[in-house]
Write a protein that binds this ligand. Structure first.
Ligand SMILES: Cc1cc2nc3c(=O)[nH]c(=O)nc-3n(C[C@H](O)[C@H](O)[C@H](O)COP(=O)(O)O)c2cc1C
Length: 185
């Protein structure tokens, strides 16, 4: 990936190529075991600064904790998950990604680690994601404890999905016209 493919807007957000895929692998605890060149380039860390570190090295403080709870619950149950994630580069610059995270299994079916591929988010999905995450974050920050905050925000998310009669996976794919189920290819 060339330097020119990353541009900086006035708000300091990082944008990366539509063709690029940011890839990382972790062990079962979320410790980074592999990062591709795009990951290294966009995150601003050297490979040696990433390998062996927990994946929350990229955590942005505006990400609701309940999204990561959902991510871990889904992965540990052996299922894949798609999620919009706001990350933070080494320099503190934010960047949005649309992540597909999957468990990796050994020959006996045991989970041995996880794999994440991230692309540029669909632009029409982002305003909806930002509004939802702001609401989830507001609930988490208003709660008496981190644990209570995650409980309250997850309940809100589940209630919202129930009211819409859709699963979390369907919800994520309903956010953009490009990924909406049944959308014209
Ligand atoms: C394969 C994989 C990829 C992940 N990618 C990210 C990521 O890009 N950004 C992030 O903040 N957390 C990511 N996580 C989740 C982190 O492990 C962690 O749960 C999250 O940053 C919240 O950290 P905290 O619980 O310390 O607040 C990933 C986890 C896995 C298993």
């Amino acid at each position: 990936m060339s330097l020119s493919s990353i541009s900086s807007a006035a708000d300091d957000e990082i944008y990366f190529d539509e063709e690029s895929i940011i890839v990382s692998k972790t062990d079962r605890r979320g410790i980074i075991t592999y990062a591709n060149d795009v990951f290294i380039h966009v995150s601003g860390y050297a490979e040696a600064q990433l390998i062996g570190q927990p994946h929350n090295i990229l955590r942005h403080s505006d990400m609701p904790a309940c999204v990561f709870r959902l991510l871990w619950d889904t992965l540990e149950a052996g299922r894949e998950i798609f999620a919009y994630v706001l990350n933070r580069s080494r320099e503190g610059r934010p960047y949005w990604v649309f992540a597909h995270v999957t468990p990796s299994f050994d020959s006996s079916g045991q989970i041995v680690g996880y794999h994440s591929s991230r692309r540029v988010p669909y632009p029409d999905a982002l305003p909806k994601v930002k509004a939802l995450y702001a609401e989830l974050l507001r609930m988490e920050r208003a709660a008496a404890s981190r644990r209570e905050g995650i409980e309250v925000s997850l309940q809100f998310l589940n209630r919202t999905l129930e009211a819409a009669g859709i699963s979390y996976g369907e919800f994520v794919f309903s956010l953009s016209a490009s990924t909406r189920l049944g959308a014209a290819a």
